[in-house]
Design a protein around this ligand. Structure first.
Ligand code: NAG
Length: 365
């Protein structure tokens, strides 16, 4: 081969990429090379995965909205939701205490960005700190000025703004709760303007029944589900105790061992069907941003299959991850599309469910 054609073979693909970049009217597609987010089609962003692929490529950055693609007329527990672990522990969050923060992060986007990209479950750690409720990393149930992220009200106000702007969406908040101040949570949820969306404890099924229909939750504007890890708050504040309604696998490295899906200590065994919701954790004990992209490809789907079996043939409703946008292509978004396909119509991907169909026929796509 002549050196000229050799040269063309090397440089032509580069021209191709440039010629079809978004800025020239046509956008790069999944796994095409890119140099900035603006090169990628809607729903994708430009990212790298050093051990997964060479250079920067367009990978998914947002979810398929299952309610809009299919419908919202099934019970809440027949859908799956992307969930961010430690949703508040965000890179670049400035210190609000005057003391530089010395702790790890789990996410890269603001809570508003997470919600706009389709995250619908938020795991938050709540503490008494400085006379208020704060979101914080800590040990032994105590928040310190060097581990505090922000006052909970700030994040709750972002959630309020999203629910207000998106009147058919539902958000679930799962609290690792260390707040001891009497009515501390009630006060902060009230001050954030969130009580008007509150899904009442009395409507949550306790014996394995289906949840209300999403369409009904939307019609009644009961679009915020809040779970606490403190049992007594059901009595004192009417806030659902998570383990009465949900089963959950082990978190951290203990939840990433291929082929097994043990329950975390606080949860009933996964196959306890008196709890109608199933949550699968899939993140490392120590978050490692650069290799996270590889975790959310085959490994996550495999674990969802393993946990399906462990949960008595029930697909997860919530998938909790760190750095939710990191992937080699479809990542956590593809995993949730798979879960919604399974839950809604028995197909491997929600895109292959035939809208409105009651049959289990999966369309070819
Ligand atoms: C909503 O979609 C499901 C799954 O395809 C289907 O079984 C159900 O009949 C649909 N409901 C309406 C009202 O279209």
């Amino acid at each position: 081969m002549g050196s000229l054609s050799c040269l063309l073979m090397v440089i032509l693909p580069l021209f191709y990429t440039v010629a079809f970049a978004c800025s020239n009217g046509v956008c790069s597609r999944l796994l095409d090379e890119c140099s900035s987010d603006g090169d990628c089609s809607a729903g994708l962003y430009c990212s790298s995965c050093p051990f997964g692929f060479i250079g920067s490529r367009c990978v998914r950055s947002s979810i398929t909205d299952q309610f809009k693609l299919i419908n919202n007329s099934l019970p809440f527990n027949k859908y799956a939701f992307l969930t961010t672990h430690n949703a508040y522990a965000i890179d670049g969050e400035p210190s609000h205490t005057g003391v530089p923060r010395v702790t790890f992060t789990n996410q890269e986007d603001s809570v508003t960005q997470q919600l706009n990209n389709g995250v619908r479950g938020l795991m938050l750690d709540t503490y008494d700190f400085d006379g208020e409720v704060w979101l914080c990393h800590s040990f032994g149930g105590e928040c310190h000025d060097f581990t505090a992220f922000e006052p909970a009200i700030d994040t709750l106000k972002e959630i309020e703004a999203f629910l207000s702007a998106n009147p058919t969406e539902i958000i679930t908040i799962i609290l690792e709760d260390y707040v001891q101040a009497p009515n501390g949570l009630t006060k902060v949820f009230t001050n954030a303007g969130l009580m008007k969306y509150w899904f009442p404890l009395s409507r949550m099924p306790r014996n394995g029944q289906d949840w209300p229909l999403v369409s009904d939750m939307v019609a009644q504007n009961q679009r915020l589900l809040v779970f606490t890890s403190i049992k007594s708050k059901e009595q004192s504040e009417g806030i659902a105790y998570q383990w009465n309604f949900m089963v959950e696998n082990q978190y951290g490295d203990g939840g990433r061992k291929s082929g097994i899906c043990p329950n975390r200590g606080e949860s009933s065994p996964l196959d306890d069907k008196s709890k109608s919701l199933v949550l699968v954790n899939y993140f490392r004990t120590t978050p490692l941003k650069l290799i996270t992209c590889e975790d959310y490809s085959g490994d996550l789907i495999n674990m969802l299959n393993t946990c399906y079996g462990a949960a008595g043939n029930r697909w997860a409703n919530f998938v909790a991850v760190d750095y939710y946008k990191r992937s080699e292509g479809g990542g956590s978004f593809q995993a949730v599309d798979t879960l919604n396909g399974k839950l809604i119509c028995g197909c491997d991907d929600v895109h292959t469910c035939v809208p409105g169909s009651t049959s289990q026929a999966c369309s070819k796509k």
